[in-house]
Design a protein around this ligand. Structure first.
Ligand SMILES: [Zn+2]
Length: 76
């Protein structure tokens, strides 16, 4: 668990970004729920922290830059 990975200020920044880009209410609610999960911001593939700049560009990113670059066939 990386609950303290993102500062409150960073979460606020991401929340504003999510609100600005979510096209529908269900999508917005889903993204906000995800943002407030304790393990938000941690790569679901390798468990490393996802860079804040990457999250700011895509708040719904589930993979770090390294894992996102890997072809799906190389994942286990
Ligand atoms: Zn990763």
């Amino acid at each position: 668990m990386h609950y303290r990975y993102l500062t409150l200020e960073q979460r606020d920044t991401l929340e504003a970004e999510i609100r600005a880009r979510s096209a529908s209410e269900p999508a917005l609610q889903r993204a906000l729920r995800q943002l407030h999960q304790p393990d938000y911001g941690v790569c679901i593939e390798c468990g490393k922290d996802i860079a804040f700049v990457r999250l700011a560009g895509d708040p719904e990113a589930l993979h770090c830059a390294d894992c996102a670059r890997l072809p799906v066939t190389r994942r286990q």
